[in-house]
Design a protein around this ligand. Structure first.
Ligand code: AMP
Length: 395
């Protein structure tokens, strides 16, 4: 089967055409600046084709993707009939969607109903779904939710200590995100480490521009660091993560700012970017650290320390841990960050093998053979996970 995986944001749209037999992407790409001017970057066999084309809305962007995939020169399929199914990433499934589902009118209404929980993301995801349904009528489509994997969390993990009517009236609770990644990576880590997934305690640290930690016990998410929105938890590229909520009121009064303005600061101007004043990108941050920039050194230390605290909390929550897994841009690639985090974990009997840790973007056990807990780097592949779910539902 050939599955088109679509990840539709408010002004961008990423896609991959995946062959379900080889599990390889035959083409990938991104439409950028949708609604502004428009650019499509299409990649096939390592070759990159950049097309500056007008993309006034998402439907034109999907049309441009389908044209690129069937183009005589750089396309990879002869006609759209070769696309057997489409898998859509959907950010918020609320409590309604506990697993991936085949999209029909009722599912669309369900995703719409979750839109007030993710007002920036779900409407964009829906636009992508509706555009694909229009341009590819009859092709089965599947929605894969970022939140679904975390729906196994118990009440004590997802409940905020605020008056219960806020949950009853508005469903305010922890949902968690990056679920497709945490599920994919924890499963793969169990295979690589020779653990029985259904009888294991795994902590996954998804450390990218967005970052979250999840406790996966016996194959199920039992706690995760992101909350009602992706703002909670770790310090991230530009997000603050956990702060005292009273800070919002304090800044509002001191600087005469609205709630919206402060939320923008906490989402887009905080994290390692805000703390360092250098960059949200860890490669820039590391360059600044090497030049002796104290703000960059301090920001990195805060980032690492917060990951360490979540690992401690989730080890306690699961009463132990068999494996700690690093994934996403930073987790997969950055040996310094992995090592810095693990230096705190001697109390768990963890020791890192510096040679084994000297890897980038590959699956590896980076702890020593006698380490009491396995520490691993496992590249995530959310698109492949979406394609697998799509095949499982419509294949
Ligand atoms: P993601 O959101 O998963 O794409 O991850 C983005 C983050 O990963 C950015 O902070 C990047 O600086 C970081 N990153 C990506 N590649 C590397 C690398 N080779 N070394 C260090 N950090 C990296």
């Amino acid at each position: 089967m050939k599955v088109l995986v679509i990840n539709c944001g408010s002004s961008s749209l990423k896609y991959q055409l995946i062959d379900s037999v080889t599990e390889q992407a035959v083409a990938t790409g991104i439409c950028e600046r949708i609604g502004i001017d428009g650019r499509l970057v299409h990649k096939v066999n390592g070759e990159k084709i950049t097309l500056d084309i007008a993309l006034p809305e998402h439907e034109t962007a999907i049309g441009a993707v389908l044209d690129a995939l069937t183009n005589k020169e750089y396309g990879v399929i002869a006609s759209l009939n070769e696309i057997d199914a489409v898998g859509h990433r959907v950010v918020h499934g609320g409590e309604h969607f506990t697993k991936s589902v085949v999209i029909d009118d009722e599912v669309i209404r369900g995703i719409e109903a979750c839109s007030d929980l993710a007002p920036l993301h779900n409407p964009a995801n829906l636009i992508g779904i509706n555009a694909c349904r229009k341009l590819m009528p009859g092709v089965p489509m599947v929605a894969v939710f970022d939140t679904a994997f975390h729906q196994t969390m118990p009440h004590k993990a997802y409940t905020y200590a605020i008056p219960k009517e806020y949950y009853e009236n508005y469903k305010i609770r922890r949902y968690g995100f990056h679920g497709t990644s945490h599920s994919f990576v924890s499963k793969r880590a169990a295979e690589v480490a020779g653990l029985d997934y259904n009888n294991s305690k795994i902590i996954v640290c998804h450390l990218g521009n967005g970052a979250s930690v999840t406790a996966v016990m016996n194959g199920k998410s039992v706690d995760t660091s992101m909350g009602l929105t992706p703002l909670e938890g770790l310090a991230m590229g530009t997000r603050s993560g956990d702060i005292d909520p009273a800070i919002v009121e304090f800044i509002a009064k001191k600087e005469n700012k609205t709630i919206d303005e402060i939320m923008n600061i906490l989402n887009k101007k905080s994290g390692v970017y805000g703390m360092s004043g250098v960059s949200s990108d860890f490669r820039d941050l590391e360059n600044a650290v090497n030049e002796g920039n104290q703000f960059a050194i301090d920001a990195t230390e805060v980032f690492v320390y917060k990951v360490v605290k979540y690992i401690g909390a989730y080890t306690a929550a699961m009463n132990g841990v068999d494996a700690i897994v690093f994934t996403a841009g930073l987790g997969e690639n950055d040996k310094i960050i992995r090592n810095s985090i693990c230096q705190y974990l001697g109390y768990l009997g963890i020791t890192i093998d510096q040679d084994k840790n000297n890897v980038r973007g590959v699956e590896a056990i980076v702890s020593t053979d006698d380490s009491k807990v396995k520490v691993m780097a496992i590249p995530t592949n959310e698109e492949l996970a979406i394609a697998r779910d799509t095949v499982a539902l419509v294949g």
